[in-house]
Ligand binder design. Structure first.
Ligand code: SF4
Length: 390
């Protein structure tokens, strides 16, 4: 399985460079502005779920804003056809807010001065047990880049001790090698989410001032490493609000297309993290990204990728999340705490960002039912693939 590591980030680097998507210059702006109503209608008439960069360009163009209702209806139908009327629920557990990076948009930025917190393995299990007692069987472990304490050994032991309680354990942690991901897969971690944050090389340099994450090309190779290790789920995303969202959507789609083509065993999902207020972060420095932009981005991607998962977190406000679940979302977080120790309340640690949907998991589940969908707490896909997990 590790042999697939021959597909390195260089492939992705070349793809983006050849299409001019590693810089969001005037080139793409002009092409998107030149899209007309006829182009959008032709794109909408193409078979649902078919991806071509040109088709996606038409669907995310300014001209397609007049077709949002039609796009939303088609995205809804396609999602129900492929996923049924189900929404998976998950919860994050934060392990550490130490970080060696200096990302300008994040409260955990190493330059920010506050008392940092790390959970030892017993405390992490206590947090995860609270999440399990609320009904969740899908767990996301999150941490800043704290390699000294949140080591691969730590994560492997934690996963081994938690795997009986959860049907799926995934991580959103610092970038690792294929061999390290493979070790975690063996220990029971089956998914990794790692955002490029921005595909625009210049903007990437501007926002990532220091630390291992400041290497754009290395970051771009992460999804290949994750998939080459055999991970079942590879989560991709761009942090919305850093640069022009339309160009980011095109680059994100090319990234997904690249992974889907090369790694048959991995399922790709998109997240839509929008910048949120965070400790010592100035909101005024970010690009605008409206709710309508989010709807257009989600529905356009769904129309081009019928089978990808779509994840929406509690960064978004409740009313918007309620409306978006019928447009392509397949997975929602609920009742989230974004600080280490946030569920047990045994620490008063600083969170990564502010959440905007403060409802309890039970309230979110009730809302999903009210909207005619079924909340799913357990990852049944995995159970069907591996009978030992039932
Ligand atoms: S975004 Fe991640 S890597 Fe960057 S400062 Fe925050 S926790 Fe650290």
């Amino acid at each position: 399985m590790l042999g697939a590591a021959r597909h390195t980030g260089a492939d992705m680097k070349t793809i983006l460079a050849e299409k001019g998507l590693d810089s969001h210059g005037a080139n793409w702006q002009e092409r998107l502005d030149a899209v007309g109503a006829d182009d959008v209608e032709r794109a909408l008439a193409e078979p649902p779920g078919s991806y071509r960069l040109q088709r996606l360009s038409a669907l995310i163009s300014p001209a397609a804003e007049d077709y949002l209702e039609e796009m939303a209806q088609s995205a809804h139908e396609l999602t129900v056809q492929r996923f049924g009327r189900t929404i998976r629920l998950y919860a994050p557990v934060y392990l550490s807010n130490y970080c060696t990076n200096a990302c300008m948009y994040c409260g955990f930025n190493r330059e920010n001065k506050f008392e940092r917190t790390r959970l030892n393995i017993d405390h992490a299990i206590e947090e995860a047990s609270i999440v399990a007692s609320e009904g969740f069987r899908d767990l996301l472990l999150v941490s800043g880049e704290d390699r000294q304490f949140i080591t691969v050994d730590y994560l492997a032991e934690l996963a081994q001790r938690l795997r009986g309680k959860f049907s799926s354990i995934s991580i959103e942690i610092y970038q690792m090698s294929t061999a390290e991901y493979a070790r975690l897969f063996e220990a029971g971690i089956d998914g990794v989410t790692l955002y490029q944050e921005t595909y625009d090389r210049n903007a990437y340099g501007y926002y990532h001032l220091a630390g291992p994450k400041s290497d754009y090309d290395h970051r771009l190779s992460a999804a290949d490493s994750i998939a080459a290790a055999g991970m079942r789920e590879v989560g991709l995303g761009a942090l919305l609000g850093l640069t022009d969202w339309r160009a980011e959507t095109l680059a994100l789609a090319e990234h997904a297309h690249h992974i889907i083509k090369r790694y048959w065993q991995s399922h790709v999902s998109f997240s839509f993290p929008r910048l949120r207020p965070a400790y010592q972060v100035q909101e005024t420095q970010f690009s605008p990204f409206s709710d309508r932009n989010l709807v257009q981005m989600m529905t356009a991607l769904r129309l081009c990728f019928a089978d990808v998962g779509m994840v929406l977190s509690t960064r978004e406000r409740a009313a918007l999340r309620d409306n978006l679940i019928s447009l392509g979302v397949t997975k929602l977080s609920a009742g989230s705490r974004t600080s280490p120790g946030g569920y047990s309340g045994r620490t008063e640690a600083t969170g990564q960002f502010q959440i905007d949907d403060n409802r309890s998991p039970a309230e979110v589940a009730a809302m999903i039912k009210q909207r005619g969908f079924e909340p799913v707490w357990k990852d049944w896909d995995k159970a069907f693939q591996d009978p030992r997990t039932i």
